[in-house]
Design a protein around this ligand. Structure first.
Ligand code: SAH
Length: 348
């Protein structure tokens, strides 16, 4: 039988496990601190916990590892891209970025992805499985261990669709932001979705203070359907409606991500249509020159088109920034490191 995942238990659940074993509650606090403040991945590292107790735990619970396989560091900005392996041999990617306001980690929420966005490398082989809360946290802890630095910001913007892995995502968010673990402010956490409207509304009802990022990438349904199969399930008016609901419930400004693809979605007319779509919303648009993926033939918009697009939005009084590209020299695009790894090991 598979052992249960010790790192996916929140503080209260761990206390229950420990007290059921006839131990004092403070033992749970000690163990939780080792796991979620220190980020250790073995029972042996918990030096102030009696061996008898860790042996009892070990019989039923495993600390499912997130092991560093590869790390690439950008020569330009210190961005680090990681390939991590999991207990079942699957591999996932995470990214570490240094900003003026602190260190950020971008984590994956699933192994692979089912959403099928045409410009994205993560989805080429579909989804293998969801990640557990412990595996999502484990990516952050492994990065902290490698860099020796604190992490203040987390973005769930790596491979996978987080709102499809909803229950695990919520446990992860709770454990990341409550007082017992890393204690990261909810305001410093961003979750990015391709736009699962029902789940956006459910998330809104949780009333968290996290930032919701929406992968928009097109100004109208016809163009969006060309790029993102999810547009066949939810129309743009439904998506905008869900975003308004999120803002009304949480007071948090929505971020829209828009990858500019040459000749597909980057004309001034597209900018005009986009401006009309989000008019009157409290939002921010992040323009991203699309990252060319070897398996796809989309190309980045040229600099002038990007600037013209931005100007057009600004003329319409819309908050817009062009995302600074980080780690250009280390395979920035979502899912590319993993694909290369799979290709070399003969699985793809
Ligand atoms: N499934 C979620 C989160 C993972 S994708 C979502 O769709 O938001 C993280 C972000 O990277 C999304 O905005 C996605 O559209 C974008 N992305 C994926 N491939 C890209 C590429 N080749 N160039 C630029 N952005 C890309």
């Amino acid at each position: 039988m598979m052992k249960e995942d010790l790192r996916s238990l929140d503080h209260t659940q761990l206390q229950d496990v420990i007290t059921l074993l006839g131990e004092k509650k403070y033992r749970a606090d000690q163990i939780y601190r080792w796991l979620h403040v220190q980020g250790v991945q073995t029972y042996a590292a918990m030096t102030n916990v009696p061996a008898k107790l860790t042996e009892q735990l070990d019989a039923k619970y495993m600390i499912y590892p997130v092991r560093q396989e590869t790390m690439l560091e950008s020569r330009y900005d210190g961005t680090r891209k990681y390939l991590f392996s999991l207990h079942d041999g699957n591999v996932i990617e995470s990214v570490f970025m240094r900003y003026e306001h602190g260190n950020a980690v971008c984590i994956s929420s699933q192994v692979g992805c089912n959403m099928g966005c045409r410009f994205c490398a993560s989805t080429i082989d579909g989804k293998v499985r969801d990640l557990t809360p412990g595996e999502m946290l484990g990516q952050i802890y492994a990065v902290m261990e490698d860099t020796g630095e604190k992490v203040s910001h987390v973005v769930v913007m790596g491979s996978g669709e987080p709102l499809e892995n909803y229950v695990n995502l919520l446990t992860f968010l709770k454990m990341l932001t409550d007082e017992y673990g890393q204690n990261i402010s909810q305001r410093n956490v961003t979750v990015s979705t391709c736009g699962l409207c029902d789940r956006i509304k459910t998330l809104a009802d949780e009333q968290l203070q996290i930032t919701l990022a929406i992968s928009l990438h097109a100004p109208d349904d016809a163009k969006r359907k060309e790029l993102m199969p999810v547009a066949n399930r939810y129309s743009l008016p439904e998506l905008i409606d869900a975003c308004r609901y999120y803002f009304d419930k949480t007071g948090r400004r929505i971020t829209f991500e828009y990858a500019l693809i040459r000749g597909e979605n980057d004309s001034e007319k597209d900018a005009e249509t986009l401006a009309a779509l989000v008019r009157g919303m409290n939002c921010h648009i992040n323009l991203i020159p699309v990252n060319p993926v070897r398996e796809r033939n989309y190309q980045q918009s040229d600099k002038n088109a990007v600037l013209a697009f931005k100007n057009k939005l600004e003329k319409n009084h819309i908050n817009v920034t062009i995302r600074r590209e980080m780690g250009r020299d280390i395979d920035g695009a979502c899912g590319q490191l993993r694909r290369r790894h799979l290709a070399h090991s003969g699985d793809a």
